[in-house]
Design a protein around this ligand. Sequence first.
Ligand SMILES: NC(=O)c1ccc[n+]([C@@H]2O[C@H](COP(=O)([O-])OP(=O)(O)OC[C@H]3O[C@@H](n4cnc5c(N)ncnc54)[C@H](O)[C@@H]3O)[C@@H](O)[C@H]2O)c1
Length: 231
Amino acid sequence: MERVALVTGAARGQGAAIVQRLRKDGFRVAACDVLPIDAPGDDVLALPLDVTSEDQWRAAVDATADRFGSLTTLVNNAGVLHRASLAAETPSGFEHSWRVNCLGPFLGIRAALDHLRHADGAAIVNTCSTGAIRPFPNHAAYGSSKWALRGLTQIAAAELAPSGIRVNAVFPGPVETPMLDAATQSRLSEKGRLGTPMEIVDAVAFLVSDHASFITGAELVVDGGQCLRIG
Ligand SMILES: NC(=O)c1ccc[n+]([C@@H]2O[C@H](COP(=O)([O-])OP(=O)(O)OC[C@H]3O[C@@H](n4cnc5c(N)ncnc54)[C@H](O)[C@@H]3O)[C@@H](O)[C@H]2O)c1
C-alpha cells in the first residue's frame, strides 16, 4: 500500500527522527518546519511550514500531493515549550503556545482531510505530552495547550472514524531533544532517565502502521514511568 506522510516540526528532535524512521518503513515524507531542512533523498520533500498559517498548510498539502500523488498520514509533531508561573505568564505567551500546539494541528487536520478521506489506511498522530496527563506547575500555557490537543485528538478520532481515518496521540515524557536545555535535562534526569527521540518514534511509527489498524482514539504514554511517580 502506498504511504505518504506529512510530518511537522521535522527539522530536528523527534520530528527529524520520525522522518528517518518513516522512510525506513517505506513512506515518502513531506518534512515540514519553520527551520530549513535539507532533503536527504528523493523520497523526502522539504517544505517550509509555519503550522499556525492556514495558507501555508494549504500550500504544503498541495505540494505534497503534487509530488507524491497522495497524502495518507499526518504527524502533528511541531510544538513549542514555554514555562512561566501564572503570575508571570502573558497573554501573548499563552496565546502563542496555543496557536502552535493546538491551532496548528487543527489547521493541519483540516488541510489534509480531503486527501485522508480518499486514502487507504489513513492515520493521524498528534504529539501531546505528559503535561496533558499531569498538572505540572508553571506550565499553564504549554500544559493547557496540550490538554486541548488531547481533547482535539479524541474529537477527531470520533468524528473521522466513519471516514476510515484513525486518530491517535502519543504523550512523551522528558526526551533528549533541543526543546530541553542542558540544565533542564540534568534536573529532570535526577528523577528518572530521559527518553531518546527514537523511543518516541517507535510509538508514532506503530500508530501510523497497519499493526495499529484497529486502534483509534488511543492515548499512548511513552514516559519511562514519569506519570507513575508520585511527588
Ligand atoms: N522533548 C521533550 O521532552 C518533550 C516532551 C513531551 C512532549 N514533547 C513534544 O514533542 C514534540 C517534538 O518536540 P521536540 O522534543 O522534538 O522539540 P524540538 O524543539 O527539538 O523540535 C520542535 C520542532 O518544532 C518546530 N516548530 C516550532 N514552532 C513551529 C511552527 N510554528 N511551525 C512549524 N514548526 C514549528 C521547531 O522549529 C522544531 O524543529 C513537540 O510537540 C513537543 O511539545 C517534547
